[in-house]
Design a binder for this molecule. Structure first.
Ligand SMILES: [Zn+2]
Ligand SMILES: [Zn+2]
Length: 138
């Protein structure tokens, strides 16, 4: 496992105390922009950190989301997916193979409404679903 210094930097930037587990989870997300689930992250890290538990991974992900260091994607009703790309962007999910792609989108398009009545909107999620190139061919 290659630890990138920016994993620690990202944690510090969002006021999260960098523990070994937190660095490992953050690092995994910075190296894998595949929108992994908590289970995928756990299974990949477990071989390097045998003391790691699934609960720790879940709690770490929750903490990272709460502080804004990563984004939680709920496009998939069965599995929450995680993303270290915290810039505004939309997501596409293939209905056949469940792969998840980023769709670049202007922030102004994603945040069309910033205030409505007494509500102040701070985030917006845009999800598209369909069939990826691979599945479309079959
Ligand atoms: Zn597909
Ligand atoms: Zn993404």
């Amino acid at each position: 496992m290659r630890i990138q210094t920016n994993a620690t930097d990202r944690l510090r930037e969002f006021n999260i105390k960098p523990s070994l587990q937190r660095i490992a989870v953050m690092n995994y997300l910075l190296e894998n922009y595949t929108h992994p689930t908590a289970d995928t992250i756990f299974n990949s890290l477990y071989q390097y950190i045998p003391t790691l538990s699934k609960t720790t991974v879940y709690n770490t992900l929750k903490l990272l989301v709460k502080h804004g260091a990563i984004i939680e994607i709920t496009i998939d009703d069965k599995n929450v997916r995680y993303d270290a790309d915290i810039r505004q962007h939309a997501h596409f999910k293939c209905k056949s193979c469940s792969c998840l792609y980023d769709i670049p989108i202007k922030k102004s398009k994603l945040m069309m409404i910033k205030k409505t009545g007494n509500l102040e909107i701070t985030e917006s999620h845009l999800y598209y679903k369909g069939y990826c190139e691979k599945c479309n061919k079959n």
